[in-house]
Design a protein around this ligand. Structure first.
Ligand code: HAM
Length: 416
Protein backbone atom coordinates (compact mmCIF):
# COMPACT_ATOMS: atom_id res chain seq x y z
CA UNK A 1 0.00 0.00 0.00
CA UNK A 2 1.28 3.44 -0.88
CA UNK A 3 1.20 5.75 2.13
CA UNK A 4 0.72 9.48 2.04
CA UNK A 5 3.87 11.53 2.64
CA UNK A 6 4.78 12.45 6.22
CA UNK A 7 3.40 15.82 7.31
CA UNK A 8 0.52 15.75 4.81
CA UNK A 9 -3.13 14.98 5.54
CA UNK A 10 -6.30 13.71 3.91
CA UNK A 11 -9.48 15.51 4.91
CA UNK A 12 -12.74 13.61 5.42
CA UNK A 13 -16.12 15.18 4.48
CA UNK A 14 -16.64 16.18 8.16
CA UNK A 15 -13.21 17.83 8.28
CA UNK A 16 -13.81 19.57 4.98
CA UNK A 17 -17.10 20.95 6.33
CA UNK A 18 -15.23 22.53 9.25
CA UNK A 19 -12.64 23.98 6.90
CA UNK A 20 -15.36 25.26 4.58
CA UNK A 21 -17.08 26.96 7.53
CA UNK A 22 -13.81 28.73 8.40
CA UNK A 23 -13.15 29.69 4.78
CA UNK A 24 -16.69 31.08 4.44
CA UNK A 25 -16.25 33.29 7.53
CA UNK A 26 -12.82 34.42 6.30
CA UNK A 27 -14.18 35.41 2.89
CA UNK A 28 -17.19 37.19 4.39
CA UNK A 29 -15.14 39.21 6.86
CA UNK A 30 -12.37 40.03 4.34
CA UNK A 31 -14.92 41.09 1.73
CA UNK A 32 -16.70 43.26 4.29
CA UNK A 33 -13.39 45.04 4.98
CA UNK A 34 -12.95 45.82 1.27
CA UNK A 35 -10.24 43.20 0.62
CA UNK A 36 -10.38 41.25 -2.66
CA UNK A 37 -9.28 37.68 -3.19
CA UNK A 38 -6.36 36.73 -5.41
CA UNK A 39 -4.51 33.50 -6.16
CA UNK A 40 -0.89 32.79 -7.09
CA UNK A 41 0.93 29.57 -8.13
CA UNK A 42 1.85 26.90 -5.60
CA UNK A 43 5.39 26.79 -7.03
CA UNK A 44 7.67 29.66 -7.97
CA UNK A 45 11.28 30.26 -8.99
CA UNK A 46 13.16 29.41 -5.80
CA UNK A 47 15.09 32.70 -5.81
CA UNK A 48 11.85 34.55 -5.05
CA UNK A 49 11.87 33.12 -1.54
CA UNK A 50 15.64 33.03 -1.11
CA UNK A 51 15.83 36.81 -1.62
CA UNK A 52 14.18 37.86 1.62
CA UNK A 53 12.53 35.05 3.52
CA UNK A 54 15.53 34.30 5.69
CA UNK A 55 17.55 31.12 6.33
CA UNK A 56 14.94 29.45 8.56
CA UNK A 57 12.34 29.31 5.81
CA UNK A 58 14.88 28.65 3.04
CA UNK A 59 16.22 25.59 4.93
CA UNK A 60 12.70 24.19 5.05
CA UNK A 61 11.93 24.72 1.39
CA UNK A 62 10.98 21.98 -1.07
CA UNK A 63 13.27 22.83 -3.97
CA UNK A 64 13.47 20.91 -7.23
CA UNK A 65 14.60 21.27 -10.83
CA UNK A 66 12.06 21.00 -13.62
CA UNK A 67 12.79 19.38 -16.98
CA UNK A 68 14.03 22.71 -18.31
CA UNK A 69 16.65 22.80 -15.53
CA UNK A 70 14.93 25.69 -13.75
CA UNK A 71 15.18 25.71 -9.99
CA UNK A 72 11.69 25.87 -8.51
CA UNK A 73 10.30 25.76 -4.99
CA UNK A 74 6.94 24.85 -3.49
CA UNK A 75 5.90 28.08 -1.80
CA UNK A 76 6.68 28.19 1.93
CA UNK A 77 4.46 31.28 2.29
CA UNK A 78 2.61 33.69 -0.01
CA UNK A 79 3.75 37.22 0.77
CA UNK A 80 6.73 37.01 -1.61
CA UNK A 81 4.46 35.62 -4.37
CA UNK A 82 1.85 38.31 -3.77
CA UNK A 83 4.48 41.05 -4.00
CA UNK A 84 5.94 39.50 -7.16
CA UNK A 85 2.42 39.59 -8.61
CA UNK A 86 2.06 43.18 -7.39
CA UNK A 87 5.29 44.31 -9.07
CA UNK A 88 4.47 42.43 -12.30
CA UNK A 89 0.77 43.19 -12.70
CA UNK A 90 -1.04 44.91 -9.84
CA UNK A 91 1.10 47.99 -9.25
CA UNK A 92 -1.19 50.26 -11.27
CA UNK A 93 -4.32 49.34 -9.30
CA UNK A 94 -5.73 52.23 -7.25
CA UNK A 95 -4.09 52.51 -3.84
CA UNK A 96 -4.35 51.30 -1.24
CA UNK A 97 -4.53 47.81 -2.68
CA UNK A 98 -6.25 45.41 -0.28
CA UNK A 99 -5.91 41.73 -1.16
CA UNK A 100 -6.28 38.34 0.50
CA UNK A 101 -5.58 34.72 -0.36
CA UNK A 102 -6.15 31.18 0.81
CA UNK A 103 -4.01 28.25 -0.18
CA UNK A 104 -1.53 25.50 0.63
CA UNK A 105 2.08 26.17 1.68
CA UNK A 106 4.93 23.72 2.08
CA UNK A 107 7.70 23.61 4.66
CA UNK A 108 9.93 20.66 5.47
CA UNK A 109 9.40 20.80 9.22
CA UNK A 110 9.28 18.13 11.89
CA UNK A 111 5.57 17.23 11.85
CA UNK A 112 3.51 17.31 15.04
CA UNK A 113 0.04 18.45 16.05
CA UNK A 114 -0.48 21.88 14.50
CA UNK A 115 2.71 21.69 12.44
CA UNK A 116 2.62 20.07 9.02
CA UNK A 117 4.70 19.88 5.86
CA UNK A 118 1.70 20.83 3.78
CA UNK A 119 -0.42 23.39 5.61
CA UNK A 120 -2.93 26.04 4.63
CA UNK A 121 -2.74 29.78 5.04
CA UNK A 122 -5.24 32.58 4.87
CA UNK A 123 -3.43 35.88 4.49
CA UNK A 124 -4.09 39.52 3.67
CA UNK A 125 -1.80 42.26 2.38
CA UNK A 126 -2.45 46.00 2.32
CA UNK A 127 -0.18 47.85 -0.11
CA UNK A 128 0.27 51.58 -0.60
CA UNK A 129 -1.71 52.96 2.34
CA UNK A 130 -0.66 55.33 5.11
CA UNK A 131 1.50 53.62 7.73
CA UNK A 132 -0.58 53.91 10.91
CA UNK A 133 -3.99 53.54 9.25
CA UNK A 134 -2.85 50.48 7.31
CA UNK A 135 -1.34 48.77 10.35
CA UNK A 136 -4.52 49.43 12.34
CA UNK A 137 -6.70 48.15 9.50
CA UNK A 138 -4.68 44.95 9.04
CA UNK A 139 -4.69 44.10 12.77
CA UNK A 140 -8.38 45.01 12.90
CA UNK A 141 -9.11 42.53 10.10
CA UNK A 142 -7.14 39.76 11.82
CA UNK A 143 -8.88 40.29 15.17
CA UNK A 144 -12.30 40.48 13.51
CA UNK A 145 -11.71 37.17 11.76
CA UNK A 146 -10.79 35.57 15.09
CA UNK A 147 -13.90 36.96 16.76
CA UNK A 148 -16.29 36.17 13.92
CA UNK A 149 -15.02 32.59 13.84
CA UNK A 150 -16.08 32.25 17.44
CA UNK A 151 -12.58 31.74 18.92
CA UNK A 152 -12.94 32.69 22.58
CA UNK A 153 -9.46 32.70 23.97
CA UNK A 154 -6.62 34.48 22.17
CA UNK A 155 -3.84 36.99 22.78
CA UNK A 156 -2.58 39.75 20.51
CA UNK A 157 1.18 40.31 20.85
CA UNK A 158 2.56 43.47 19.33
CA UNK A 159 6.06 44.72 18.61
CA UNK A 160 8.07 46.94 16.30
CA UNK A 161 11.08 45.34 14.65
CA UNK A 162 12.14 48.88 13.75
CA UNK A 163 13.40 49.30 17.34
CA UNK A 164 15.91 46.45 17.12
CA UNK A 165 16.83 47.31 13.54
CA UNK A 166 17.68 50.85 14.68
CA UNK A 167 19.73 49.56 17.61
CA UNK A 168 21.57 47.20 15.27
CA UNK A 169 22.34 49.86 12.67
CA UNK A 170 25.92 49.36 11.55
CA UNK A 171 25.82 45.61 12.18
CA UNK A 172 27.46 43.49 9.48
CA UNK A 173 24.43 41.16 9.42
CA UNK A 174 21.34 42.64 11.03
CA UNK A 175 19.10 39.65 10.26
CA UNK A 176 21.54 37.19 11.80
CA UNK A 177 21.82 39.35 14.92
CA UNK A 178 18.02 39.39 15.12
CA UNK A 179 18.02 35.62 14.88
CA UNK A 180 20.45 35.39 17.83
CA UNK A 181 17.92 37.42 19.82
CA UNK A 182 14.89 35.19 19.06
CA UNK A 183 16.82 31.99 19.56
CA UNK A 184 18.33 33.46 22.77
CA UNK A 185 21.88 32.81 21.59
CA UNK A 186 23.10 35.76 23.63
CA UNK A 187 26.79 34.73 23.57
CA UNK A 188 26.74 34.72 19.77
CA UNK A 189 24.97 38.07 19.85
CA UNK A 190 27.57 39.48 22.20
CA UNK A 191 30.38 38.30 19.91
CA UNK A 192 28.71 39.78 16.87
CA UNK A 193 28.07 43.13 18.57
CA UNK A 194 31.69 43.31 19.72
CA UNK A 195 32.98 42.51 16.23
CA UNK A 196 30.70 45.20 14.79
CA UNK A 197 31.74 47.80 17.40
CA UNK A 198 28.20 47.83 18.87
CA UNK A 199 28.92 46.48 22.38
CA UNK A 200 27.46 49.64 23.89
CA UNK A 201 24.02 48.47 22.64
CA UNK A 202 24.24 45.03 24.26
CA UNK A 203 22.67 45.93 27.63
CA UNK A 204 19.81 47.78 25.98
CA UNK A 205 19.06 44.86 23.66
CA UNK A 206 19.25 42.24 26.41
CA UNK A 207 16.98 44.22 28.75
CA UNK A 208 14.55 44.87 25.91
CA UNK A 209 14.41 41.17 25.02
CA UNK A 210 13.00 40.41 28.47
CA UNK A 211 10.35 43.15 28.52
CA UNK A 212 6.86 41.91 27.73
CA UNK A 213 3.47 42.99 29.01
CA UNK A 214 0.52 45.34 28.66
CA UNK A 215 2.23 48.24 30.46
CA UNK A 216 5.91 48.06 29.52
CA UNK A 217 6.12 50.93 27.08
CA UNK A 218 7.18 53.57 29.63
CA UNK A 219 10.01 51.31 30.71
CA UNK A 220 10.95 50.70 27.09
CA UNK A 221 11.17 54.44 26.54
CA UNK A 222 13.55 54.74 29.47
CA UNK A 223 15.74 51.91 28.23
CA UNK A 224 15.88 52.74 24.53
CA UNK A 225 16.16 56.47 25.23
CA UNK A 226 17.43 58.37 22.24
CA UNK A 227 18.49 55.25 20.34
CA UNK A 228 15.13 54.66 18.63
CA UNK A 229 12.63 57.21 19.99
CA UNK A 230 10.41 57.34 16.89
CA UNK A 231 10.10 53.56 16.72
CA UNK A 232 9.02 53.28 20.36
CA UNK A 233 6.62 56.18 19.92
CA UNK A 234 5.10 54.49 16.89
CA UNK A 235 4.44 51.35 18.89
CA UNK A 236 2.77 53.46 21.57
CA UNK A 237 0.62 55.35 19.04
CA UNK A 238 -0.36 52.11 17.33
CA UNK A 239 -1.34 50.59 20.67
CA UNK A 240 -3.46 53.62 21.45
CA UNK A 241 -5.19 53.50 18.07
CA UNK A 242 -6.05 49.83 18.59
CA UNK A 243 -7.42 50.32 22.09
CA UNK A 244 -11.12 51.01 22.22
CA UNK A 245 -11.36 50.37 18.47
CA UNK A 246 -9.94 46.89 17.93
CA UNK A 247 -8.94 45.45 21.30
CA UNK A 248 -7.79 46.65 24.73
CA UNK A 249 -5.99 43.43 25.44
CA UNK A 250 -2.50 43.94 23.98
CA UNK A 251 0.72 42.34 25.11
CA UNK A 252 3.59 44.60 24.02
CA UNK A 253 6.82 42.86 23.07
CA UNK A 254 9.22 45.56 21.87
CA UNK A 255 11.87 42.99 20.93
CA UNK A 256 9.58 40.65 18.99
CA UNK A 257 11.38 39.12 15.99
CA UNK A 258 9.43 37.06 13.44
CA UNK A 259 10.72 34.06 11.53
CA UNK A 260 10.89 35.93 8.20
CA UNK A 261 13.53 38.53 7.35
CA UNK A 262 11.48 41.05 5.38
CA UNK A 263 9.78 42.87 8.27
CA UNK A 264 10.76 46.46 8.85
CA UNK A 265 8.17 47.99 11.21
CA UNK A 266 5.16 46.78 13.21
CA UNK A 267 5.12 43.03 13.87
CA UNK A 268 2.36 41.07 15.56
CA UNK A 269 1.25 37.57 16.42
CA UNK A 270 -1.98 36.08 17.72
CA UNK A 271 -1.62 33.13 20.08
CA UNK A 272 -4.12 30.60 21.35
CA UNK A 273 -2.70 29.01 24.47
CA UNK A 274 -4.92 25.96 24.16
CA UNK A 275 -2.72 24.83 21.27
CA UNK A 276 0.44 24.43 23.34
CA UNK A 277 3.71 24.61 21.41
CA UNK A 278 2.10 25.47 18.06
CA UNK A 279 -0.10 28.18 19.55
CA UNK A 280 0.61 30.91 17.01
CA UNK A 281 -2.45 31.07 14.78
CA UNK A 282 -1.49 34.30 13.02
CA UNK A 283 1.64 36.29 12.33
CA UNK A 284 2.34 39.42 10.35
CA UNK A 285 3.77 42.89 10.14
CA UNK A 286 4.86 45.66 7.81
CA UNK A 287 7.64 44.87 5.38
CA UNK A 288 9.61 45.95 2.42
CA UNK A 289 9.57 43.54 -0.53
CA UNK A 290 8.38 45.36 -3.67
CA UNK A 291 11.74 47.15 -4.00
CA UNK A 292 13.70 43.91 -3.54
CA UNK A 293 11.60 42.33 -6.30
CA UNK A 294 12.35 45.00 -8.88
CA UNK A 295 9.57 47.49 -8.13
CA UNK A 296 9.47 50.77 -6.29
CA UNK A 297 9.50 50.90 -2.51
CA UNK A 298 5.93 51.04 -1.20
CA UNK A 299 4.52 50.65 2.30
CA UNK A 300 3.09 47.17 2.75
CA UNK A 301 1.66 45.40 5.75
CA UNK A 302 -0.10 42.08 6.17
CA UNK A 303 -0.57 38.82 8.02
CA UNK A 304 -1.17 35.13 7.54
CA UNK A 305 -3.21 32.71 9.61
CA UNK A 306 -2.58 28.98 9.79
CA UNK A 307 -5.98 27.64 8.74
CA UNK A 308 -5.23 24.21 10.23
CA UNK A 309 -4.60 25.79 13.60
CA UNK A 310 -7.89 27.69 13.39
CA UNK A 311 -9.65 24.33 13.09
CA UNK A 312 -7.68 22.96 16.04
CA UNK A 313 -8.52 25.91 18.34
CA UNK A 314 -12.21 25.73 17.53
CA UNK A 315 -12.19 21.98 18.17
CA UNK A 316 -10.33 22.55 21.43
CA UNK A 317 -12.95 25.12 22.48
CA UNK A 318 -15.70 22.64 21.54
CA UNK A 319 -17.18 24.99 18.98
CA UNK A 320 -20.22 23.51 17.34
CA UNK A 321 -19.55 23.69 13.62
CA UNK A 322 -22.64 24.00 11.44
CA UNK A 323 -23.13 20.64 9.73
CA UNK A 324 -23.80 20.34 6.03
CA UNK A 325 -26.24 17.65 4.95
CA UNK A 326 -28.72 17.31 2.10
CA UNK A 327 -32.07 18.72 3.10
CA UNK A 328 -34.30 16.22 1.39
CA UNK A 329 -33.96 12.52 0.61
CA UNK A 330 -36.33 11.02 -1.94
CA UNK A 331 -37.43 7.38 -1.55
CA UNK A 332 -39.37 5.58 -4.27
CA UNK A 333 -41.74 2.93 -2.87
CA UNK A 334 -41.11 0.10 -5.29
CA UNK A 335 -39.25 0.01 -8.59
CA UNK A 336 -42.32 1.22 -10.50
CA UNK A 337 -42.07 4.58 -8.77
CA UNK A 338 -38.35 5.10 -9.49
CA UNK A 339 -38.88 7.15 -12.65
CA UNK A 340 -41.41 9.40 -10.89
CA UNK A 341 -39.07 9.79 -7.93
CA UNK A 342 -36.34 10.95 -10.33
CA UNK A 343 -38.76 13.56 -11.65
CA UNK A 344 -39.42 14.82 -8.09
CA UNK A 345 -35.65 14.95 -7.41
CA UNK A 346 -35.12 16.96 -10.61
CA UNK A 347 -37.78 19.51 -9.60
CA UNK A 348 -36.31 19.92 -6.12
CA UNK A 349 -32.78 20.42 -7.45
CA UNK A 350 -33.96 22.87 -10.10
CA UNK A 351 -35.51 24.88 -7.28
CA UNK A 352 -32.28 25.01 -5.31
CA UNK A 353 -33.31 22.49 -2.65
CA UNK A 354 -30.35 20.24 -1.84
CA UNK A 355 -31.63 16.73 -2.35
CA UNK A 356 -30.56 13.17 -2.93
CA UNK A 357 -32.27 9.90 -3.83
CA UNK A 358 -31.90 6.19 -3.31
CA UNK A 359 -29.41 4.86 -5.89
CA UNK A 360 -29.22 1.26 -4.68
CA UNK A 361 -32.85 0.08 -4.68
CA UNK A 362 -33.07 -0.40 -0.89
CA UNK A 363 -36.38 -1.00 0.81
CA UNK A 364 -38.11 1.99 2.53
CA UNK A 365 -36.93 1.20 6.07
CA UNK A 366 -33.23 0.75 5.06
CA UNK A 367 -33.57 3.92 3.03
CA UNK A 368 -34.88 5.79 6.07
CA UNK A 369 -31.87 4.61 8.10
CA UNK A 370 -29.58 5.88 5.36
CA UNK A 371 -31.37 9.26 5.16
CA UNK A 372 -31.05 9.52 8.93
CA UNK A 373 -27.33 8.73 8.91
CA UNK A 374 -26.80 11.38 6.23
CA UNK A 375 -28.60 13.98 8.36
CA UNK A 376 -31.43 14.65 5.86
CA UNK A 377 -34.07 16.92 7.40
CA UNK A 378 -37.00 15.64 5.33
CA UNK A 379 -37.80 12.48 3.43
CA UNK A 380 -40.16 12.43 0.45
CA UNK A 381 -41.84 9.08 -0.22
CA UNK A 382 -42.99 8.59 -3.77
CA UNK A 383 -45.66 5.86 -3.51
CA UNK A 384 -48.29 4.57 -5.91
CA UNK A 385 -51.38 5.58 -3.89
CA UNK A 386 -50.25 9.16 -3.31
CA UNK A 387 -48.97 9.47 -6.88
CA UNK A 388 -52.40 8.54 -8.24
CA UNK A 389 -53.68 11.61 -6.32
CA UNK A 390 -50.84 13.82 -7.73
CA UNK A 391 -49.20 13.92 -4.33
CA UNK A 392 -46.27 12.54 -2.32
CA UNK A 393 -45.74 11.96 1.38
CA UNK A 394 -43.28 14.07 3.41
CA UNK A 395 -41.72 12.90 6.66
CA UNK A 396 -40.06 15.36 9.03
CA UNK A 397 -37.00 13.51 10.33
CA UNK A 398 -36.84 15.53 13.52
CA UNK A 399 -40.46 15.30 14.69
CA UNK A 400 -41.36 12.09 12.87
CA UNK A 401 -44.49 13.83 11.56
CA UNK A 402 -45.71 12.62 8.15
CA UNK A 403 -48.21 14.24 5.77
CA UNK A 404 -49.32 14.16 2.13
CA UNK A 405 -48.55 17.14 -0.07
CA UNK A 406 -49.78 17.90 -3.58
CA UNK A 407 -46.97 17.74 -6.14
CA UNK A 408 -47.49 21.33 -7.27
CA UNK A 409 -47.12 22.53 -3.66
CA UNK A 410 -44.07 20.40 -2.82
CA UNK A 411 -41.40 23.01 -3.53
CA UNK A 412 -43.28 25.65 -1.54
CA UNK A 413 -43.77 23.37 1.43
CA UNK A 414 -40.13 22.23 1.44
CA UNK A 415 -38.78 25.76 1.00
CA UNK A 416 -40.55 26.97 4.14
P1 HAM B 1 4.42 32.82 9.29
O1 HAM B 1 4.41 33.24 10.72
O2 HAM B 1 5.62 32.11 8.80
O3 HAM B 1 4.17 34.14 8.44
O4 HAM B 1 3.16 31.93 9.01
C1 HAM B 1 1.85 32.39 9.29
C2 HAM B 1 1.06 31.33 10.03
O5 HAM B 1 1.06 30.10 9.31
C3 HAM B 1 1.63 30.96 11.40
O6 HAM B 1 1.22 31.89 12.38
C4 HAM B 1 1.04 29.59 11.63
O7 HAM B 1 -0.27 29.70 12.17
C5 HAM B 1 0.94 29.03 10.22
N1 HAM B 1 2.02 28.04 9.98
C6 HAM B 1 3.31 28.28 9.69
N2 HAM B 1 3.99 27.13 9.51
C7 HAM B 1 3.10 26.13 9.70
C8 HAM B 1 3.17 24.69 9.64
N3 HAM B 1 4.30 24.05 9.35
N4 HAM B 1 2.04 23.97 9.90
C9 HAM B 1 0.86 24.61 10.20
N5 HAM B 1 0.75 25.95 10.25
C10 HAM B 1 1.84 26.70 10.01
C11 HAM B 1 4.06 34.16 7.08
O8 HAM B 1 4.00 33.17 6.38
C12 HAM B 1 3.99 35.56 6.50
N6 HAM B 1 3.88 35.43 5.05
C13 HAM B 1 2.84 36.32 7.09
C14 HAM B 1 2.72 37.72 6.53
C15 HAM B 1 1.87 38.13 5.56
N7 HAM B 1 3.46 38.75 6.87
C16 HAM B 1 3.09 39.81 6.17
N8 HAM B 1 2.15 39.42 5.34
Amino acid sequence: MVKRPRGTRDFSPEEMEKRRYIEDVIRKVSDSFGFREISTPTFERSELFIMRSGPEVVDQMYVFKDKGDRELALRPELTASVMRFFVEKLKNYPKPLKIYYLGPCFRYERPQKGRYREFFQYGAELVGGGVLDSDVEIINLAINVVRRLGIKSFQLRLGNIGILRKLLEGSSDVNESLKFITTEKFDDLSGRLAADGLSDKEDTILTLAKLKGPDVLQQVKGIVGDDAPEEVEYLETLGESLKGYVTDDIQFEPAMVRGLDYYTGMVFEIDCWELGAERQICGGGSYSLADVLGGEAIFSTGFAFGLDRMVLVLEEEEFSFPGKAVEVYVIPIGEAMRENARGVLKTLRENGISSDMDLIGRGPSKNLDYANSMGAKKVVFVGEDEWSKSSVSIKDMETGEQKDVLLDQLVDVLSK
